[in-house]
Design a protein around this ligand. Structure first.
Ligand SMILES: Nc1ncnc2c1ncn2[C@@H]1O[C@H](COP(=O)(O)OP(=O)(O)OP(=O)(O)O)[C@@H](O)[C@H]1O
Ligand code: SF4
Ligand SMILES: [Mg+2]
Length: 602
């Protein structure tokens, strides 16, 4: 009799301990995951949703309080049942069902009120939490029983039981290895964020079956372990397959829509006082001994439907500007805004999708071992989450048609294309993600002149059609004249002149721009001379000349002694047309007399 009371007492104590552990885990679960549990069911309907940078309304953090409020009634119900009904009436399926129903109802009511959810949402929320907690209770119970069984086996010192124990442990390890492998196996599963949950849940099922068969009948397990192992393996596999299917149906895949047409004239990109310095390391300890001031305080903006041409000599920092926008190099200071919001440091996926780049050399951008269809499919899979093969082929074909390639090109390798066609493939890949800004870093430099024109016309027509913003980097003035709306002329990390294309070409005002335009080679059968060469070497960006960086090479009449130590300032030439110079420019009027221009110094 006394023994029975002590036994019941320990049973109740064990239940209470488990309930408190589960209560703590329940609080932790709800506090950490809260409503995000529900997001599993919410498919991402529109990618605009995730693009909004609007600062989330800062609400008071009630997550811990809410977690306590929901879990306390469950704890009370659990205690009531453990201390009352179950302790005295024993385990009874009806009582269990009653307990589960009461817990669910309480959960649904409390969650509905606390989180302002509708009935369906609060039911889903409660089901997930309660299911997890019930599973935990059973796991804890089983774990306790397992420990007791193992201790018992150790005390009894029976060869067969020890054998059963060894087989049990080996089976656990085998199930673990298989489940982890199986749940991570496959291409599609890589798109699922919470793949770990698939292995954990499947493992729990497999472990549960093995452990309960072992603890129920250790000797039976010894003789029949192949059967138990097979049941466990099959259950684990089936669970993993079911969970994978559920997850596949819920991958937040953004539907590929027809290429989106952007409203023209909207703010797309702004760079404010952008500086990028590459550290220069030296000495035994590889310490920083200086910096390459590749970009040294530039400001510009690009609107939808607009092309900004960035021109300048080799090494002046054009590609560095592009890399900073793409987050490929860290900016030293300044700000880059995309659609009026700073680009976050972690460069989220939806921004990677919206800002695309086309490099100079298509050969270097295309993997020679991949077919065209796979090359263009990559961003569709990785950035848009589209995985169905037939869907991908259809999209890739549409994109190829946009760049005037055909169905028969789908399954060819890059080496089977000409340079111009390869660059078209690169452009199609950039279009695949429905971009908004495309950075074109010397996209036509590697192509012959006739193909250059085709690609430029293609880019122009795509821009007219879809309203993309382009940052067009080049040192070819003819190209930039053809494609750009505005031009920024760069010299040694700084802008020296910006303006609309016709302003720059009809009235180049900065001595460097004038020199660049003068050094253009024209095709003239009677004049084979190169008429103008900018004197001197481009100075090193590690130690640029003080004052105006261009001063050692400047041949302008406006050049004075101050140019060697004064910093150039921004001078307005016309609406939207500015230069950076120490002195107001001197230009020749039509009659050939020198006049000071009507300028405003800002
Ligand atoms: N990773 C790097 N580390 C150190 N210095 C660098 C690095 N990348 C570029 N630079 C330097 O920064 C300066 C600007 O380079 P950038 O590639 O931006 O020039 P660019 O204008 O694109 O030239 P090009 O027209 O030849 O492509 C150069 O002096 C270059 O040597
Ligand atoms: S600041 Fe002086 S050196 Fe520099 S571009 Fe102007 S005139 Fe020439
Ligand atoms: Mg470059």
């Amino acid at each position: 009799m006394i023994l029975a009371i002590i036994n019941t007492f320990f049973e109740v104590l064990k239940e209470v301990a488990i309930l408190f552990i589960v209560f703590t885990i329940g609080v932790f679960l709800i506090r950490s995951y809260g409503l995000s549990i529900l997001s599993f069911w919410d498919k991402v309907e529109d990618d605009i949703k995730e693009t909004s940078f609007e600062p989330k309304e800062k609400k008071e953090d009630n997550s811990s309080k809410n977690a306590f409020i929901i879990n306390i009634p469950w704890l009370i119900v659990g205690l009531l049942f453990s201390l009352g009904f179950t302790a005295f009436l024993g385990e009874n399926i009806l009582i269990e069902i009653f307990k589960i129903t009461v817990s669910f109802l309480i959960g649904i009511i409390v969650a509905k009120k606390l989180y302002e959810l509708d009935f369906k949402q609060s039911s889903l929320f409660t089901i997930v939490i309660q299911f997890s907690l019930f599973a935990l209770v059973y796991i804890f119970r089983l774990a306790l029983v397992l420990i007791l069984t193992l201790v018992e086996i150790a005390i009894i010192d029976n060869n067969q039981l020890s054998g059963a124990e060894t087989i049990f442990i080996i089976s656990l390890i085998a199930i673990l290895g298989f489940t982890v492998f199986f749940s991570y196996w496959g291409d599609k599963v890589q798109l699922i964020k919470s793949k770990r949950i698939i292995s954990i849940v499947s493992l729990i099922i497999g472990f549960y079956i093995l452990t309960s068969s072992f603890t129920n009948q250790p000797l039976g397990f010894y003789y029949d372990f192949p059967m138990f192992f097979a049941i466990s393996l099959i259950s684990t596999t089936i669970t993993a397959i079911i969970l994978k299917q559920i997850a596949y149906n819920n991958i937040p895949s953004q539907e590929f829509r027809e290429l989106r047409v952007l409203e023209k004239g909207k703010n797309l990109l702004q760079a404010k006082d952008l500086k990028v310095y590459y550290p220069l390391l030296g000495g035994m300890l590889k310490r920083q001994i200086g910096a390459v001031k590749a970009v040294n305080g530039v400001n510009f903006e690009i609107k939808t439907g607009e092309t900004l041409g960035l021109v300048g000599e080799s090494g002046c920092g054009k590609t560095t500007v592009a890399n900073a926008i793409l987050g490929l190099v860290d900016k030293s200071s300044g700000e880059i805004l995309f659609q009026n919001e700073p680009i976050p440091l972690n460069y989220p996926k939806h921004l990677r999708r919206k800002i695309q780049i086309v490099f100079q050399d298509p050969d270097a951008s295309l993997n020679p071992r991949m077919k065209v269809v796979d090359i263009i499919a990559e961003p569709l899979k990785n950035l848009l989450g589209i995985t169905k093969k037939s869907k991908i082929r259809a999209h890739v074909l549409k994109l190829l048609e946009q760049v005037s390639l055909k169905r028969e090109h789908l399954d060819r390798f890059p080496h089977e294309f000409s340079g111009g066609q390869k660059q078209r493939i690169v452009i199609a890949r950039a279009l695949a993600c429905n971009p908004e800004l495309i950075i074109l870093d010397e996209p036509t430099s590697a192509l012959d002149v006739s193909v250059q024109a085709q690609i430029l016309n293609l880019l122009k027509s795509l821009q007219n059609k879809f309203g993309y913003g382009f940052l067009f980097i080049t040192h070819n003035l003819a190209v930039v004249n053809h494609i750009a709306d505005r031009i920024a002329v760069m010299y040694l990390g700084r802008f020296v002149e910006v303006g609309e294309t016709n302003q720059i070409f009809s009235n180049p005002t900065h001595p460097y721009t004038q020199a660049l335009l003068a050094s253009r080679t024209e095709i003239d059968p009677y004049n084979q001379e190169i008429s103008f060469v900018i004197q001197g070497e481009v100075p090193s960006p590690i130690a640029p000349p003080p004052g105006c960086h261009f001063n050692p090479r400047c041949v302008s009449d406006a050049r004075t002694k101050e140019c060697e130590y004064d910093l150039p300032h921004k001078i307005k030439i016309d609406e939207g047309h500015y230069i950076w110079c120490v002195n107001p420019p001197v230009s020749k009027n039509k009659e050939g007399t020198e006049v000071k221009e009507n300028i405003a110094i800002e």
